[in-house]
Design a protein around this ligand. Sequence first.
Ligand SMILES: Nc1nc2c(ncn2[C@@H]2O[C@H](COP(=O)(O)OP(=O)(O)O)[C@@H](O)[C@H]2O)c(=O)[nH]1
Ligand SMILES: [Mg+2]
Length: 346
Amino acid sequence: MKPDQSHIDRWLLARKQQRSNRTHALLLKGLLEGSVSTLSQAITLIESNTKEDIQIAQKLLSSLPEPKQTAKRIGITGVPGVGKSTFIEQFGMQLIKAGHKVAVLAIDPSSSRTGGSILGDKTRMEQLSMQPNAFIRPTAAGHTLGGVAQYTRQAIALCEAAGFDIILIETVGVGQSETLVHGMVDFFVLLMLAGAGDELQGIKRGIMELADLIVINKADGENTAPAKAARSEYAAAIHVFAQRPDQWQPRVVCASGMNGTGLDEIWNITESYFNQLQQVGILGEKRQMQELQLFDKLLFEMLQAQFFAKAEYSELYKSIRVAIAEGKIKAYEGQAALQERMKDNP
Ligand SMILES: Nc1nc2c(ncn2[C@@H]2O[C@H](COP(=O)(O)OP(=O)(O)O)[C@@H](O)[C@H]2O)c(=O)[nH]1
Ligand SMILES: [Mg+2]
């Protein structure tokens, strides 16, 4: 007969529980005291794959008090090399000097595919990373877009709890990452370069429409005049965009992240944006809408994953695609065939 081990199991479970309670209490205390190392540890937990870590992270997130002030969430995007990291370092330093606590989250959803990462940027933010009131962190890559969005939201909540009042989110302007980031920030800044004659190329018009502020960056040295010309061109281009529900008229400015020109103006614009949103009273609404969009995204990703996890569905899906590609059936017929199968075999 097998010996009864249930009391040992119970004991182990109780000990695990005790440990996780202790971890939770320590993390919460550290966060509320503004400890950067605790913040870092907490973000590691939300990104973890182990069940225990996830439990602690979720408990921590749900026990966070309402932040005393909600942080300004600012997204900064643009093609690789446009100067995002340099800009953030300068801008961040300026904000720190003005008494803010600045968190930088760098997101690179493409890194799981390319193997590269904007992590290397961290070394460029040498000054900023030395500041006690700064926190710099690349967030989880290698997840679905919804997954990355979810982790980043959670990281934002943790930063807010730790007293950071400005959160800068850097993302590379490639693929879908900029729409992803647009969906989780209040203010969306697009960095661009003055190109020789091809100002409006290289970046999708759709992204320009999302921008609350377009910065013609590297407006220094020989680039100063072309940058000014580009500024006028962009200003004319975005003027034709439809009016927005928040009544904000997107702006275009020149700046140099390297020597700091234009950064004061950018901060003034940022503040007037937040003032306007608060006056119109739609900042909360905007964030709730983003939360809903994230929920939808996560749900669709979940359903998609469930669908493809079923071997017979994914096999059928593949063969239908082949049939469509060969012109044997139409898309709607393929869909009907799939629906039929799913009905019979849910
Ligand atoms: N002239 C000039 N060069 C810059 C400026 N900002 C960044 N750079 C340079 O452009 C390159 C890319 O900058 P980085 O900040 O890493 O760009 P990111 O890939 O968008 O993060 C680096 O060699 C920087 O030194 C700027 O304002 N003016
Ligand atoms: Mg960078």
